[in-house]
Design a protein around this ligand. Structure first.
Ligand SMILES: C[S@@+](CC[C@H](N)C(=O)[O-])C[C@H]1O[C@@H](n2cnc3c(N)ncnc32)[C@H](O)[C@@H]1O
Length: 170
């Protein structure tokens, strides 16, 4: 199982980015996202996508991140530009239950010590969405985002030009 833990979400400022983090987590093979700040609108919006596009991705907001980090029994990874090289850590991650921690604003120092690995997807500042996408692609492989069996009400037929959408009745 792969869980994403999103820290530092500010509902007004980070609405779009956290939505994109959640959608990327779902489309790239994670099973759930936990968001430290409570945000009911965010939950509804992601649950709406799951209802229409399928799969069983789960979202929970307003979680207590410290006990989650302390009690998680699998491997805990914090994505940070200050971390160690991804290639060095990758062999320790494949096939394990993972808790992937990503930040928004400055991540509390404590997090660096509570995780098993602090990992950088290159040591340059970029984005939690980009970091998560590359991380999941390398850990699970492209089969996750190539998956075609979400079995949602809405399905998209790949098309060279324009939209080909199949919608079945709810
Ligand atoms: C926009 S960054 C802000 C980070 C903040 N300045 C700090 O000092 O922690 C938000 C998140 O993107 C992720 N991120 C950004 N660049 C990264 C990189 N090179 N490798 C891994 N994760 C990265 C981290 O999870 C980070 O918490």
């Amino acid at each position: 199982l792969i869980t994403v833990l999103r820290l530092g979400h500010r509902p007004a400022r980070d609405k779009r980015v956290t939505t994109h983090v959640a959608l990327t987590a779902r489309a790239f093979g994670a099973d759930s996202i936990l968001v430290a700040t409570r945000d009911v609108a965010l939950e509804r919006s992601i649950q709406g996508v799951v209802r229409r596009f399928g799969g069983d991705f789960r979202i929970e907001t307003g979680v207590r991140w410290r006990p989650i980090l302390k009690e998680f029994s699998g491997t805990k990874v914090h994505l940070t530009m200050y971390g160690q090289r991804f290639e060095e850590v990758l062999p320790h991650l494949r096939g394990r239950d993972l808790l992937i921690v990503i930040g928004a604003e400055k991540v509390p120092r404590e997090v660096y010590d509570l995780v098993d690995w602090n990992v950088a997807i290159g040591n340059q500042p970029h984005s939690e969405v980009a970091a998560l996408a590359i991380f999941l692609d390398r850990v699970i492989g492209p089969r996750a985002w190539k998956r075609e069996d979400f079995e949602g009400r809405v399905r998209i037929r790949p098309s060279p030009r324009g939209k080909d959408v199949i919608e079945s009745d709810p």
